[in-house]
Design a protein around this ligand. Sequence first.
Ligand SMILES: NC(=O)c1ccc[n+]([C@@H]2O[C@H](COP(=O)([O-])OP(=O)(O)OC[C@H]3O[C@@H](n4cnc5c(N)ncnc54)[C@H](O)[C@@H]3O)[C@@H](O)[C@H]2O)c1
Length: 244
Amino acid sequence: MTSIQGKTIIVTGAANGIGRAEADLLAQSGANVVFTDLDEVNGTSAAEAFGGHAIFVRHDVSSASDWERAIAAAIERFGRLDGLINNAGIYRPGSLEETTEEAFDRQVAVNQKGTFLGMKYAAAEMKKVGGGAIVNTSSICGIRGIRGCIAYNGTKWAIRGLTKTAAAELGPYGIRVNAILPGFIDTSILAANPPEMNRQAAKDAVLNRLGSPGDIASLARYLISDESSFVTGADFLADGGYTL
Ligand SMILES: NC(=O)c1ccc[n+]([C@@H]2O[C@H](COP(=O)([O-])OP(=O)(O)OC[C@H]3O[C@@H](n4cnc5c(N)ncnc54)[C@H](O)[C@@H]3O)[C@@H](O)[C@H]2O)c1
């Protein structure tokens, strides 16, 4: 038995990119996985690959009623909830001057409010089974000021604050909450950057490459599993040394 086997874990944004790698790795490790995303086509086929051990739920993480449906689907299919990876996120670059109110509000709604709602609804279920683990997805943009992505950066800083406060509140219930801070990871989100920026980021990482979704998935698996049983409220950089 691995410390993941038989646990039920929700992964948001699981149809593509980092979330897909995380959900796949957890399912391969014996977990029951609820893949959630707005992208029904990729999400459905991703979950179907694991037969009875995975389901897909269409889910907008910025919607409280969608969270209620996603959690209910997990409980109905697998009977309990042990873990949540709040991974879904959107990135709309723009400076202070360029960023519209709409772009600001949508990034806060998906990245920041989505993380808040996920923790709120998942923790209520985890309390019923005596504990659990939550992994939130911040970024290297959550430890620095970086020109040209003010709204996104604000949400990624906020996710670290949400993580630490939730860890303090949920620790007494045996629920651990940690944050992953990826560097430049080779997914479709990077298409919003000029190609030269991504090439330079690979050079600026001391490991001299972009990260892969799998690089983040293995860290997420550690944090969601009992292997990390004394770890909570912590930030985990996985950036190939970019921020050294
Ligand atoms: N790729 C990077 O370089 C990088 C770096 C740091 C942090 N991150 C963070 O990692 C997470 C995953 O990013 P990625 O690179 O895999 O991006 P991605 O665009 O490849 O995947 C994001 C997934 O989230 C889904 N999604 C978007 N809005 C949603 C919503 N409202 N509800 C549910 N699902 C929604 C998308 O459909 C998509 O499947 C994000 O939180 C992102 O901010 C990524």
